[in-house]
Design a protein around this ligand. Sequence first.
Ligand code: FAD
Ligand code: NAD
Length: 477
Amino acid sequence: MTATRSAEKASLVVIGGGPGGYAAAFRAADRGLEVTLVDAEDRLGGVCLLRGCIPSKALLHAAQLVHQARDAEALGLRFGEPGIDLARLRSWTGGVVDRLAGGVGQLAKRRGVRVLRARARFRDARSLELDGDDVPDRLGFEHAILATGSVPAAPPALRSDDARVMDSTSALALEEVPDRLLVVGGGYIGLELGTVYAALGSKVTVVELTGSLLPGVDADLVRPLERRLTRDFEKIAKSTRVQGLETLDAGVRVRLEGPGVDPQPLFDRVLVAVGRRPLSDGIGLDEAGIDRDEKGFVRVDRQGRTSQPHVFAIGDVSGEPMLAHKASRDGKVAAEALAGEPAERDHVAVPAVVFTDPEVAWCGLTENEARERGRDVRVARFPWGASGRALTLDRTDGLTKLVVDPASERVLGVGIVGPGAGELIAEGALAVEMGAVARDVAETIHTHPTLAETVGEAAESVFGQATHVHSARPRSR
Ligand code: FAD
Ligand code: NAD
């Protein structure tokens, strides 16, 4: 039966059902609030679950298997070239997404969260206009949490309607494996999806505007990744700009400007991955009197309250870093604040992971940030060449480092590059969040032989006393 189109009122409405929005809705429901969750998609999960984190990590797992099979030759095991069944790979990845999205929908139902499939727009500071089937036209609210996320950014020179010019969503659809793929942008998406396509057989060229891959990340963490990508990719062109694209029958002709590059190479497909921008246009923020900054992020305070204190904004739409776990944390803080609790966004260690091979992960203060801020830090490094576990995995191309306050010896940041760095960084995030000192980490017993030991040994290195590295002049303490 079709519901009557009318005006209704909600106690709390959450706009956007991604990892920010659904985490906020669930936490609010768990605190006893009555919650309506509105999302334009036909299922919950947002960018992360439907066309971001999850499908990309499923494909990266497949890429890792290809790499492992290839690298096994050095150990005396030969598997031959992989046979790739794209339809099956697509269907497996889709199945992972379906299962998770179904699970989130079930969790919403069990918590009594009312889910409306509609596109929402603020009419004013107290009501929304809804565009969808079987939903009221208007929804008044007492409180709202805005969680509309972000969309790919594409400067005019990189825009095209041709399907061969892809963004992350179309690249994840894996329509085909092009022979020659150009990736524009050497950031998270460019390097992760470049890794997937290279493993599936594409000759991948990456063009990065700045002088380094993953700009901003500590150079010693990027170096081992770049070394391996130099092997796996056809070319990495740094300090290079794409001036324009021309779609031809024979492929996509690209005009490049940079040191030592072919100025007009031809590619079969192009992936544009030059960043994302907050989805804050066209949703009536001006009508609601909600302020944005010059980049389009909704301005929020430490609880996530916007310039309208009964409206919160969380996740990608509310500022950097645009990461799913940060969005979820923001969502929980907003819900708890609404429930009257003294919650705040006091994030001291938002971990970040680039799921390439090797993975690159960091949390808390990085060495680059310390330098930029003129802050004196002690940096202790433990190279994986000294790790027994890394040797047994034939992966000594890793590094674990701790950034420590020299006076208090408090762990301010952790950086790791190597296979599994994305899992290992969790210990670093806990250490930074808990205000651990290097000695706490050094005296924590780490299982042998594991890569986690590199975190303990890096902490011992703060005192010049790592068991498996001999420094000429150990400091006695
Ligand atoms: P989103 O996930 O963007 O969700 C916003 C939701 O709002 C969407 O469902 C949308 O339909 C809905 N919406 C928007 N406007 C309206 C409207 N007007 N009315 C109703 N509904 C609306 N992050 C990580 O931490 N780890 C990763 O490995 C990772 N991998 C990624 C890979 C890719 C390819 C991409 C693109 C991103 C990746 N990210 C990753 C980033 C991550 O996806 C985002 O940080 C995260 O999804 C942000 O969550 P959010 O809740 O703020 O918004
Ligand atoms: P990004 O900011 O990570 O990288 C964009 C890169 O493109 C930068 O290195 C930038 O210097 C470069 N660039 C910008 N303009 C360019 C141009 N005209 N030509 C060539 N290079 C150019 O952005 P992204 O890779 O698009 O990812 C967007 C966001 O999504 C990330 O910042 C991150 O927040 C999130 N994400 C996270 C993960 C993860 O957590 N593993 C994975 C994917 C995406």
